[in-house]
Write a protein that binds this ligand. Sequence first.
Ligand SMILES: Nc1ncnc2c1ncn2[C@@H]1O[C@H](COP(=O)(O)OP(=O)(O)OP(=O)(O)O)[C@@H](O)[C@H]1O
Length: 289
Amino acid sequence: MTHISAPHRNRPGAHGRGAHDGAGDRALTLQAQGVTRSFGDTEVLHGIDLTLHRGEIVALVGRSGSGKSTLLNCIAGLDPGHGGSIEVHGSRAVAFQEPRLLPWRKVVANVSLNLDGPDPKSRARTALAEVGLDHRADAWPLTLSGGEAQRASLARALVRDPDLLLLDEPFGALDALTRLSAHDLLLRLWDAHRFTALLVTHDVEEAVALADRILVLENGSIAHDVSVPLPRPRSRAHPEAVALRELVLDHLGVHGADVRPSHSRTDRVDTAGIGAADFHATPARAQEI
Ligand SMILES: Nc1ncnc2c1ncn2[C@@H]1O[C@H](COP(=O)(O)OP(=O)(O)OP(=O)(O)O)[C@@H](O)[C@H]1O
């Protein structure tokens, strides 16, 4: 595995929960060790080790069939058939590409479904307000637009105040403009709640725009761990963002890179030392895999 390191920013969490890994004072949200998963005779995950620190946003990319959803389901506790150990410090919630709202319940009832604690409906309304959907609380799910339904799904995850938010291509079905607004929304919510997020995505640009780290899954193993040490808000056109995108695309085996440092290539992108003049940019390359 290639690990590309960068200084970690220490984010105080919104909550006082969590274990510590002894490396500085960074609380852990997830420790997974030697995670395996087989379907029949086929091993899909080959002993994954993964540590997520509190408040990190980590993107998981990989070619179709590399095992991203399988790993996310194992971490979500939705697939008990895995080997190895998965320790989550705190609570977790999941949002999928399909919002999975029950059509026979109003939006607010979907968000408050199976919610423990006092006054679930009013907490659900607060969560809907956070995603800008309070005015649709009493609507039926089938009357929502795709973007609204996805925001309702985010509200349903958020209302549980998760320490770990697991997102399986949550923006994959949205049009480009709605997807950009959804990115902004996710970052606003993260800023307010400081949950840890693991985001499965096919969109490398999305990964660079949102994540602190990008993990590249290759045939059931984490082959690369790329730090994204760019301050937020991020410009997608910034040369450093472009360089990281290209690096990840290369790791994914998407050939024909047309944007790369003019100096010899290494696995490290030293974003502090790279300027626009170091790149020959042609913005013609597909960002999705
Ligand atoms: N329940 C299952 N039974 C049998 N095989 C499965 C099952 N779930 C997943 N697989 C197989 O495991 C492999 C990994 O699937 P997974 O859905 O995790 O990949 P992925 O990286 O998320 O793919 P995609 O990007 O296309 O969504 C695939 O070959 C898939 O066919």
